[in-house]
Design a protein around this ligand. Structure first.
Ligand code: HEC
Ligand code: HEC
Length: 295
């Protein structure tokens, strides 16, 4: 009987490799899973519409410069990032630089992920590397000249990219700083809700003031506390409902790219959700009425 139990135990052990990990490693993976959901890596790296495998890539991302395809970031050694070291991973997120030294296009939001703490990046890698490897080749981006020249990205970065981790504001509370970190980096609200200039760089003077040219050409609303054109009249509870539930004050549900975002953010801890609301209510209100473009 005891022997039999041993066999059951051994089989269980073999079929669940994650359980073989050290408790400290498991904790790291668990933390990484949280970062993963909040930062929405799945959205661009999984071709959900075509029922693609998790993080295996092939997701079409339409931009004014052409169509990019999210690459395979599973731990597959040939088609994914299975050969990457922790350093490679941190460099890609912090600097937007590939292991071979080439520069990434800013459709990969390294411009906001750069602010992540090193610990969050390492935990994120541990989680991604605990997921199944998928042997699926990448699809080349379909972008026109001259945007397809990777070296030009270096010039773009010199003009528009400010690498380095989030710097807390010591005059503000820990909660406010946590919210700022979530909004500015992890949850990258600004990637969609801040307008871009003609070079595709976000215009920080209009931080979160909305744009008719949001993802997939859909408008992204003004989410500054402006009373008339933003969300200044919303209560804290109403803001929280949109962020982690997708429900608007009038009872309708958000659509477009925000659907995925609020599904991911449904995993927020109550403290992080509150921190996001506290931060959003504190940013400068900007008067900007977003008018959807005719399609
Ligand atoms: C808005 C879409 C988007 C989001 C969100 C996104 N990525 Fe990406 N990512 C891309 C695109 C597009 C590329 C390809 C960039 C290029 O070819 O220059 C890329 C490239 C990468 C690469 C380099 C892969 C390689 O083979 O060189 C890594 C690693 C990566 N992303 C990890 C992540 C992680 C981790 C997250 C979440 C924290 C994330 N990405 C979120 C779109 C996205
Ligand atoms: C991938 C793009 C994307 C990201 C990232 C994103 N949003 Fe949104 N958000 C949208 C779009 C698009 C809409 C409009 C949805 C619609 O038309 O129903 C929206 C709607 C909203 C609304 C409703 C505003 C209104 O007036 O109806 C709020 C509030 C909001 N987002 C807050 C946030 C916050 C806070 C974050 C970060 C934690 C965030 N969003 C991240 C794209 C995004």
């Amino acid at each position: 009987m005891i022997r039999c139990l041993n066999i059951v135990a051994a089989l269980f052990y073999l079929s669940a490799p994650a359980l073989a990990a050290e408790p400290a490693q498991l904790k790291q993976i668990k933390r990484g899973e949280y970062i993963f959901h909040i930062s929405g890596c799945k959205t661009c790296h999984t071709n959900t519409k075509a029922k693609g495998k998790l993080l295996a890539g092939g997701t079409p991302l339409k931009t004014p410069f052409g169509t990019f395809y999210g690459p395979n970031i599973t731990p597959d050694k040939t088609h994914g990032i299975g050969n990457w070291t922790e350093r490679d991973f941190v460099r890609a997120l912090r600097e937007g630089v590939a292991p071979d030294g080439s520069h990434y296009f800013p459709v990969f939001p390294f411009t906001t992920f750069t602010k992540m703490t090193k610990r969050d990046m390492k935990d994120l890698k541990a989680y991604i590397f605990s997921l199944p490897a998928v042997a699926q080749p990448n699809i080349p981006h379909e972008i026109g000249f001259p945007f397809n020249i990777r070296l030009l990205q270096l010039g773009w970065k010199i003009l528009f990219f400010d690498p380095g981790k989030f710097q807390p504001n010591e005059k503000q509370s820990a909660e406010w700083n946590r919210g700022a970190y979530m909004v500015q980096s992890l949850a990258h609200c600004s990637e969609c809700h801040t307008p871009r200039n003609i070079f595709g760089a976000s215009d920080q003077r209009n931080f979160l003031a909305g744009t008719p040219d949001g993802p997939e050409g859909d408008p992204a609303p003004n989410i500054t506390p402006d009373k008339e054109t933003g969300i200044g009249k919303w209560s804290a509870a109403e803001i929280a409902d949109v962020v982690n539930f997708g429900m608007l004050p009038d009872g309708d549900f958000v659509g477009s790219a925000m659907t995925d975002v609020s599904q991911n953010l449904a995993k927020l801890t109550p403290q992080d959700l509150k921190a996001i609301v506290v931060y959003l209510e504190s940013i400068p209100p900007i008067h900007n009425k977003v008018i959807a473009k005719k399609k």
